[in-house]
Design a protein around this ligand. Structure first.
Ligand code: PEP
Length: 253
């Protein structure tokens, strides 16, 4: 059982118009109104953020963006700054999701630029890392994660880790229906925490939430959450329907 307050976060990716997002957020707010032992967060698309922020006002559900640019403003057509996300009502931002790395050329270096900009602006980052199937098969899981953590978090001070959440999302488990076993997840999460402890000290590392992501569903969440170093879940597909996501939030029942 984790020592940190669990966080169940839904990444809606490129799903839902503003009105659709509002409807799901409203249902979810009603269904999760009783929840206080678990933090709940949703990441709608940019176009729905401000409307969803209105729905979430006065609820415990936190609002997260799915990406941002590292510059505060300027000639960067199609991009969104940390300040814009804050103004839309976000407290958190997902950075370095594997789909952004795979399809939009994100690297550990751009993740690092975004991470520093998010922290400087007062947004709490959720940094995604994870190995591909071939990297796991070749026994490179830990070296890949080392590189992602060292380069992605480069230049951060212990204090910066207070607002940071890590999400371990093995690429082979995202949207594939294949979930890491709870033992595989625990092995990686404990390893990541040890690496953070070496770099920033044990007490700092013990306070960082490390989420698992990759085909989390009502059928497998309890087993994953029973692991000592699994502090929550970052959920794609199973977060889109309020009823299903609510079952994930209520995994302890
Ligand atoms: C994700 O996109 O972060 C994710 C984990 O997706 P899914 O739950 O659909 O595998």
């Amino acid at each position: 059982m984790t020592k940190r307050k669990p966080l169940i976060a839904g990444n809606w990716k490129m799903h839902k118009t503003g009105p659709e997002a509002v409807e799901t957020a409203r249902k979810l707010a009603g269904l999760t109104a009783d929840v206080d032992r678990v933090d709940v967060m949703i990441a709608p698309p940019f176009t729905a953020l401000a409307q969803v922020a209105e729905v979430l006002r006065g609820t415990r559900i936190m609002l997260c963006a799915q990406n941002m640019h590292w510059e505060p403003r300027g000639a960067f057509t199609g991009e969104i700054s940390a300040e814009m996300l804050l103004a839309a009502g976000c407290t958190h931002v997902i950075l370095g999701h594997s789909e952004r790395r795979q399809f939009f050329g994100e690297t550990d270096q751009t993740v690092n630029l975004k991470l520093r900009a998010a922290l400087a602006a007062g947004l709490k980052p959720v940094v995604c890392i994870g190995e591909s199937e071939s990297e796991r098969d070749e026994g490179k899981t830990f070296s890949v994660l080392d590189k992602q953590v060292q380069n992605g978090l480069k230049g951060l001070l212990s204090d910066d880790l207070k607002g940071l959440t890590l999400a371990y999302e093995p690429v082979w488990a995202i949207g594939t229906g294949k979930t890491a076993s709870s033992q595989q997840a625990q092995e990686v999460h404990a390893y990541l925490r040890d690496q953070l402890a070496k770099a920033y000290g044990r007490s700092v590392a013990e306070a960082v939430r490390i989420l698992y992501g990759g085909s989390v569903k009502p059928a497998n969440i309890a087993e994953l959450m029973a692991m000592e170093d699994v502090d929550g879940a970052l959920v794609g597909g199973a977060s889109l329907e309020a009823e299903t996501f609510n079952q994930l939030v209520h995994y302890q029942n």
